[in-house]
Design a protein around this ligand. Structure first.
Ligand SMILES: N[C@@H](CCC(=O)N[C@@H](CS)C(=O)NCC(=O)O)C(=O)O
Ligand SMILES: *[C@@H]1O[C@H](CO)[C@@H](O)[C@H](O)[C@H]1NC(C)=O
Ligand SMILES: *[C@@H]1O[C@H](CO)[C@@H](O)[C@H](O)[C@H]1NC(C)=O
Length: 278
């Protein structure tokens, strides 16, 4: 029988495959320039142009995250995966030059994060966090089980999505009155979260670290950038909220998943340059 090897060249991997009828054997895989040799890889999913492959040696859970390090939305997913102790591979995206894989797995928004679990993509950070909580429900549940408490948690996460990021962006991207308005709105929103949602803490979910904590904690890694750009102190305005954030940072799932504040600050400087601000 004549074997016909197909060489598929992709953004971040080269795969040498042999296809015999419907069976595809992957013989040699180069990922980020590393040769994984002949191993038992299997093809998880064929998107139109990209083959997702996975080897047992790489990850036991078949979880990939399309990621950029300083993205607050990606950090949410990294925190949730860490809480669940899931092994996964991150695939770093250059958002100024998006990969085919990103365009294929999130064709509607073309944004990170995208979680690919067993070849199936899921996008939108809060939806991904809920998915993670449902699939790995045995370990550190993030969502309360009581339907009313669950609805409240979803309310506050939605509030964060709708209210926090707009003013936060104004702090670094605007000047003068508009920047002052951004600072004021940002602090007002944090005060609402502090007063109405956090309560006596230690977490938004009460005694246990949960969904709302995951939704908000990545913003903390951008505080330094906001404070530097806006010349103000968030801690002076919202000491309780900063106390909550510092407490969250004691969790390894959080401290290991959040970007270094300097990286967030450098990202702000990069974005300013990219958008011609200053
Ligand atoms: N609502 C989305 C927001 C995701 C998002 O804004 N991602 C940014 C990076 S922080 C992105 O991919 N931007 C690229 C673009 O919009 O072209 C979520 O929660 O996942
Ligand atoms: C964009 O990405 C592709 C592959 O992902 C690479 O070959 C190309 O050089 C990149 N272009 C720029 C301008 O970085
Ligand atoms: C920053 O704020 C302080 C007061 O809080 C003020 O004295 C100082 O001039 C400000 N710096 C700039 C660069 O606006």
């Amino acid at each position: 029988m004549a074997l016909m090897p197909h060489i598929l060249v992709h953004n971040f991997w080269d795969v040498l495959t042999i296809t015999i009828e419907n069976l595809t054997l992957v013989l040699s895989v180069h990922i980020f320039g590393l040769n994984f040799g002949i191993r038992r890889f299997w093809v998880i999913e064929k998107f139109t142009k990209t083959v997702i492959i996975c080897g047992e040696e790489m990850t036991s859970e078949n979880v990939f995250l399309l990621n950029t390090c300083p993205s607050m939305f990606c950090m949410r997913v990294r925190v949730a995966l860490a809480e669940k102790e899931i092994k996964y591979e991150t695939i770093d995206e250059d958002l100024t030059n998006k990969s085919k894989l990103l365009l294929e797995t999130n064709p509607i928004h073309q944004q990170v994060p995208v979680l690919i679990h067993n070849g199936k993509p899921i996008s939108e950070s809060l939806i991904i966090v809920q998915y993670i909580d449902e699939v790995w429900h045995h370990k550190n549940p993030l969502m309360p089980s009581d339907p009313h408490k669950k609805a409240q948690a979803r309310f506050w996460a939605d509030f964060i999505d709708k209210k926090v990021f707009g003013p936060a962006r104004k702090i670094w991207s605007a000047k003068g009155e508009e920047q002052e308005a951004g600072k004021k709105e940002f602090i007002e929103i944090l005060k609402i979260l502090e007063g109405e949602a956090l309560g006596d803490g230690p977490y938004f979910g009460g005694e246990t670290f949960g969904y709302v904590d995951v939704a908000l904690i990545p913003v903390y890694s951008w505080f330094y950038a906001f404070e530097t750009c806006g010349n103000f102190s968030i801690e002076a305005e919202c000491p309780k909220l900063v106390g909550w954030a510092k407490n969250c940072m004691k969790r390894e799932s959080v401290s290991k998943s959040l970007a270094d504040p300097m990286i967030a600050y450098e990202t702000v400087l990069f974005l300013k340059k990219l958008f011609g601000i200053e």
